[in-house]
Design a protein around this ligand. Structure first.
Ligand code: G3H
Length: 253
């Protein structure tokens, strides 16, 4: 049985006071951690304050990116050591916005995944196809190759702990959600790619999220699907009520 994981990805939204206000409102209402894993991936600037605000609760705080080196002359970057030092627990890697606007490659995502595990951070590794790739019938090959590249040379234990987020790029922030059946089919292909790379037993343990215009109105159906173990949510994770509804759906899935 895979525990559902609902992760909000705030992207470059909110001020510090808005972020703290959100955590203060949400933290006492988060469902028990044995039912659902609740995560908020916030802008780096807010992380120490939010980790402190959420301390002792079932709300976990994640980062949205990091460098793969432990330290070095990389102006503007944040290291896995620095995230671990302030007790951040999760890190989003290879989001399509980072791949598109910041030239993040499959190779870099793989290095970051290794670095995350070396520092006890759980990576949420994003994969997904563009609309052109979908229309050209390349969804499965694109997503499978991204998954295999991202988990290359990780141990079985690490892959079992990793979270893969399938996010079709055409569904992000557009209001267009993949149908639950389509999302499930591709998440099943993600599991198949993991099985091919490292083994079926491990693939059964890895949690696979769907992301792309997930909201309270569609989350239950998505989470009811065999291969969808959670959601990575942008817009609908920004409001307290909406985020709590997503968590509730996760706890009941
Ligand atoms: O990381 C989250 C995704 O990019 C989805 O964003 P969205 O829920 O606003 O479509």
């Amino acid at each position: 049985m895979r525990k559902p994981i609902i992760a909000g990805n705030w992207k470059m939204y909110k001020t510090l006071s808005e972020a703290v206000d959100f955590v203060e409102q949400v933290k006492s209402q988060v469902p028990a951690n044995d039912k659902v894993e609740a995560v908020v991936c916030a802008p780096a600037l807010f992380l120490p304050t939010l980790v402190e605000a959420a301390k002792g609760t079932d709300l976990a705080i994640g980062a949205q990116n990091m460098h793969f080196e432990t330290e070095g002359a990389f102006t503007g970057e944040i290291s896995p050591t620095q995230l671990a030092d302030i007790h951040v627990q999760y890190v989003v890697l290879g989001h399509s916005e980072r791949r598109e606007y910041f030239n993040e490659t499959d190779e870099a995502v793989n290095k970051k995944a290794h670095a995350a595990f070396a520092h006890n951070l759980v990576p949420i590794i994003c994969v997904g196809e563009t609309l052109e790739e979908r229309e050209a019938g390349q969804t499965v090959s694109k997503v499978s190759s991204q998954v295999k590249a991202a988990i290359k040379d990780l141990s079985s234990e690490q892959v079992a702990q990793a979270v893969i987020a399938y996010e079709p790029i055409w569904a992000i922030g557009t209001g267009k959600t993949a149908t639950a059946a389509d999302a499930n089919e591709v998440c099943g292909e993600v599991r198949h790619a993991i099985a091919e790379e490292i083994g079926a037993e491990v693939a059964e343990k890895t949690r696979i999220q769907y992301g792309g215009s997930v909201k309270p109105a569609n989350v239950e159906e998505l989470l009811s699907m065999e291969h969808i173990d959670g959601a990575l949510v942008g817009g609908a994770s920004l409001e307290v009520d909406s985020y709590l509804k997503l968590l509730e759906a996760g706890a009941n899935a």
